[in-house]
Design a protein around this ligand. Structure first.
Ligand SMILES: O=c1ccn([C@@H]2O[C@H](COP(=O)(O)O)[C@@H](O)[C@H]2O)c(=O)[nH]1
Ligand SMILES: [Zn+2]
Ligand SMILES: [Zn+2]
Length: 623
């Protein structure tokens, strides 16, 4: 696996950057590109959410292969184009910037804070509005870093209408960002904006989330929606699914509608990792732009009776339909989901002669420097096949879960208790992305399992109760966000015939600014159906199968080889699911409390470590 590890790799990258490799035409990766120009309206938005540290882009998937520097260049071109067209263009983000890739997560392993490298890189984008995600709030240090640095950088553009943090300087709870922002766009549309996190409860102690139903009663909110200033549009940004039953957008909408029945309300959501567009009523819709730097959500609306912006800019498609089909409205809407690759970005920038802006190039360089400084390309072993999250039933050998079970059985062993049978329970929500065939690197360890959940246990649990535990957990409260049927992971359509297999594209170990060629066949990927129908995907794809998973899975170890059942077992689990395990054990007739829980593995050995350990022990290093 030439160039897979350490310093050799750095050298290769430096050389590659000097040469700026351009592949031979027959070696140019091929994907099918955008179906046509983007719609532009009086107000046009580019929307990201749930980037989770993927600023490097998908180095093993050309389809989503642009990096943050490319996005910075893209937005620069789009801002220029908007001015030329005479329309307002706003760039917004709905949060979840941590947990999911080495660039964000490796710094915590080095004793720093998760996000200390990735957030300053992210900040190269001149967002107009942003809001906070739950992944900014699980860990106290991360929340404080967001308060101290990120929020101060974006100032009045960072909206956290219902999220506070305890300021250690005076012990008082303060809003992390601002509660709301009233502003006028370049072309004169007057907007009142909020940033609302769903009713999240697993936050660190130094933060506080005000439930939406309480927030809408607060005086500052009532003052904001009743402001004597003219409001042409309410804009609600939120780390909040646009569709699920746990979304709090309907609460906000109702509260605004009570006092402003006719003012348009536009929502920009996140959290459920889907491409989605929801129509609430004829002047209120919501966009959600997927996850992991796979999608730029694009949204255009016209018809607001305010400002001097063009409602039908010349030479481009414009929003053409009312929110509710079959009705007439003064407002018209359009949405598109753009694949996160250079082919799309360049095409929509009208194939400008030089796509890369100086800022974009320097961001790309910084990402690559950090990638190597953090040793993200270090190799653990070569995955013999692709293991997917949802492309196959979870018991199938194509799925990641049998591999996880094998790895847990082999690696999660407490030397002092190795002869005592153990049952290890982990939540499937802890696995976040497919493990692709080929080099499994330090970066991939975060991509697949980013969380640092410790392995805890209750010793000597009667086997009769432990045996019921998995069913009880899986029939109990959901342990992950609402994953509706629309959720799609980008995975190979079949492991062996995968056109974008990890191994095929130099495994992402060398920086490439390749020319990407359009192809006639359709690559597998998102096939989105939303409230506007099936024409939202900017690049048409062939569909990928999707299978739901249970809350948890279980792996066994140390059981008698003769098939007999033990009297008692050690019940091992991630600390993240401890309360669910205690509740389920109580249902099985065994009452335990947190006082009965101990560490099974050293607390420093976490959910992020066992797959690398398995790869080191059981996979070849020769990719
Ligand atoms: O320590 C953790 C933290 C989170 N999870 C899982 O992640 C989801 C939430 O992720 P979103 O990106 O906000 O949807 C949560 O429901 C858990 O399934 C975890 O496993 N461990
Ligand atoms: Zn997320
Ligand atoms: Zn989230």
């Amino acid at each position: 696996c030439d160039g897979c590890t350490g310093t050799g790799d750095v050298e290769m990258v430096r050389r590659a950057r000097l040469i700026q490799p351009r592949m031979q035409p027959d070696a140019i990766p091929a994907i099918n590109g955008p179906k046509g120009p983007l719609p532009w309206g009086q107000l046009t938005f580019a929307h990201t959410s749930d980037t989770h540290g993927w600023l490097m882009g998908h180095v093993k998937e050309e389809n989503y292969g642009a990096d943050w520097g490319d996005y910075v260049s893209f937005i620069r071109h789009m801002r220029y184009k908007a001015r030329k067209l005479g329309v307002d263009f706003l760039v917004v983000d709905s949060g979840d910037l941590h947990d999911g890739a080495g660039l964000s997560d490796a710094t915590a392993k080095l004793g720093g804070v998760n996000g200390e490298v990735s957030l300053p890189i992210f900040q190269n984008l001149d967002y107009d509005l942003l809001t906070i995600g739950n992944h900014e709030l699980y860990v106290a240090d991360v929340a404080f870093d967001v308060f101290e640095n990120f929020a101060k950088f974006y100032r009045s553009r960072y909206l956290t209408s219902n999220v506070q943090i305890m300021d250690p300087k005076d012990g008082k709870f303060k809003y992390i960002g601002r509660t709301h922002k009233y502003f006028t766009t370049y072309f004169g549309v007057r907007i009142m904006a909020f940033g609302v996190l769903f009713d999240f409860t697993s936050n660190a102690n130094n933060s506080k989330i005000i439930k939406a139903k309480d927030m809408v009663q607060q005086q500052w909110f009532l003052d904001a929606i009743n402001t004597p200033e003219p409001v042409d549009l309410f804009l609600v940004l939120g780390h909040n699914s646009v569709r699920s039953s746990t979304s709090t957008f309907p609460v906000i909408r109702e509260a605004i509608r009570k006092v402003r029945p006719d003012t348009p309300i536009q929502f920009f959501g996140g959290h459920s990792h889907t491409r989605d567009f929801k129509v609430y009523d004829n002047s209120s819709t919501a966009l959600e732009p997927g996850r992991y730097c796979e999608t730029v959500g694009w949204f255009a609306m016209s018809g607001i009776e305010a400002g001097t912006g063009k409602h039908k800019p010349a030479g481009v498609p414009t929003p053409s339909r009312p929110a509710v089909n079959g009705t007439t409205s003064y407002l018209s809407y359009a949405r598109r989901y753009i694949d996160w690759n250079r082919l799309s970005f360049e095409y929509h920038s009208d194939n400008v002669r030089t796509f890369d802006t100086p800022r974009g190039e320097s961001v790309t360089d910084e990402i690559w420097d950090e990638r190597h400084r953090l040793n993200l390309t270090n190799l653990y072993g070569c995955a013999p096949q692709t293991y997917c999250l949802s492309c196959a039933p979870q018991t199938s050998e194509l799925s990641i879960y049998p591999l996880v079970q094998k790895a847990l059985s082999a690696v999660i062993v407490n030397e002092e208790r190795k002869d005592i049978p153990r049952m290890v329970f982990v939540n499937t929500g802890g696995f976040r992305f497919d493990l692709l065939k080929g080099p499994f690197t330090y970066d991939d360890s975060f991509i697949v399992a980013p969380f640092t959940n410790a392995f805890q246990y209750i010793p000597n649990v009667p086997y009769a109760a432990a045996a019921k535990l998995l069913d009880l957990l899986n029939n109990g409260a959901p342990q992950k966000r609402d994953m509706d049927r629309k959720h799609r992971s980008f995975i190979p359509s079949s492991v062996d015939a995968c056109p974008l297999d990890g191994a095929q594209f130099n495994s992402g170990l060398v920086k490439r600014k390749t020319i990407i060629r359009r192809q006639e066949i359709v690559t597998p990927g998102y096939v989105t159906k939303d409230d506007f129908g099936i024409d939202g995907d900017d690049t048409p794809h062939s569909a990928i199968p999707f299978f739901r998973t249970t809350n948890d899975i279980m792996a066994k170890g140390g059981f008698p080889t003769d098939g007999s059942t033990p009297e008692t077992v050690d019940v091992v689990f991630y600390d993240f699911i401890r309360n669910y395990v205690l509740t389920a054990l109580a249902k099985a007739g065994e009452n335990y409390t947190t006082a009965d829980v101990e560490y099974y593995m050293p607390p420093t050995f976490t959910s992020n470590d066992f797959l690398p350990e398995y790869a080191k022990r059981f996979w070849s290093k020769d990719c």
